[in-house]
Design a protein around this ligand. Sequence first.
Ligand SMILES: [Fe+2]
Length: 245
Amino acid sequence: MWEPTFGSSRLGAHVWELTFGSPRLGAHVWELTFTSYLNAVGRDGSGVGDRSEEAVVDAIAVLKADHREVERLFKAFERTGSRAKAAKGDLVKRIVRDLSLHAALEEQDFYPAVRAEVAGASDYVLDSLEEHHVVTWLCAELDRMRPDHERFDAKVRVLIENVRYHVMGEERELFPAVRAALGPARLRQLGQRLEQTKHLAPTHPHPRSPDTPPGNLISGVVAGAFDKARDAGKRVFDEARHIAS
Ligand SMILES: [Fe+2]
């Protein structure tokens, strides 16, 4: 029987320990060290780590690279024939994962910086959060839906429409305004922060979790750790099933 356990924490030792496994397959243990986390985000919370400035990609380039990758997956989905259910299911798993990570980067780091530092951008960010909210619910439904369900393809098409609209708005309106307001050095600092958050961010949608700081900073780390344990547990289960078959 598959028996996940979650949430053993040893804050005194600056370690969180997650276990996820089964009596048959053995337990798998992940450790999130708080010292690593603090190194990642910067002990003063500034997001400044050890990498040289030249090695860091700016925040807008990081977000645009995510947009290009998810558009590549959308096109692959659209090219895949209606009978290729398994292939479509695999593509949607990757789309849901990439969108979950991307939303976390924007909601935890990028949008708060934009609201604080770009004059007049607050309403735009609030609209963006509502667009994320719709996309996150669609992703959450797709995350649990079998690809042979009669609503699966329609739901993916609506997801794609929503994300394309959102991406177009960001790239045509928001990003140019942010680039002009923040400047290269601040965008590189923010880019480094985004890359670090990506290592800790959730890989599945959590539509009921907070989407603004400080709530999403805490829930994002916990959900990210849980998702990674869930993904690794699923991989172990799939490998064991493959060996047994
Ligand atoms: Fe966005």
